[in-house]
Ligand binder design. Structure first.
Ligand code: MN
Length: 155
């Protein structure tokens, strides 16, 4: 059982399930609030990425890298980024936060746009990068250096 840590943590996992997607998880209140982000985060403030809310996960979920056997896809999951998070706004339909990860830094916001849809955007700050593609440029796990395909192949 992992105890809540101070400061709170975040993780972004890249997960090959029914479709390849990213899972963004922010520690808050002793759980990981979670969204599935099909295209993953962007550092470009002009880009709005769909984020689908999913049930809270236990803190232990942030530690998992490996194959999570499910009905679809290979189930491979890597820790694409991780670090600490400061929540600066935590409303039911809007969450603002600063990430201190290896790939993701600075301000981000999640805003609800529909019953089951939110958007993830990068705030304009010194860590914003216009026209960048961090998902494409940096596909590896920050824990192991492996890609999700490496994990899938090694089982
Ligand atoms: Mn997932």
């Amino acid at each position: 059982m992992t105890e809540p840590q101070d400061p709170p943590r975040f993780v972004v996992q890249l997960h090959d399930a029914t479709t390849l997607h990213f899972d963004l998880r922010l520690e808050s209140g002793g759980v990981l609030r979670s969204w599935a982000v099909p295209k993953g985060p962007s550092l470009d403030p002009a880009v709005r990425r769909l984020a689908i809310p999913v049930p809270d996960h236990e803190l232990e979920a942030a530690e998992f890298e490996g194959v999570d056997h499910g009905p679809n896809g290979t189930g491979a999951k890597i820790i694409w980024d991780e670090g600490t998070v400061d929540l600066t706004r935590d409303d039911p339909d809007h969450v603002s936060f600063n990430l201190h990860g290896e790939k993701l830094r600075g301000g981000f916001a999640l805003a609800q746009t529909g019953p089951d849809s939110w958007i993830l955007i990068k705030m304009r700050d010194e860590y914003a990068r216009r026209d960048s593609d961090i998902v494409g440029d940096q596909p590896h796990s920050v824990r192991s250096g492996r890609t999700w395909q490496d994990v899938a192949r090694d089982g």
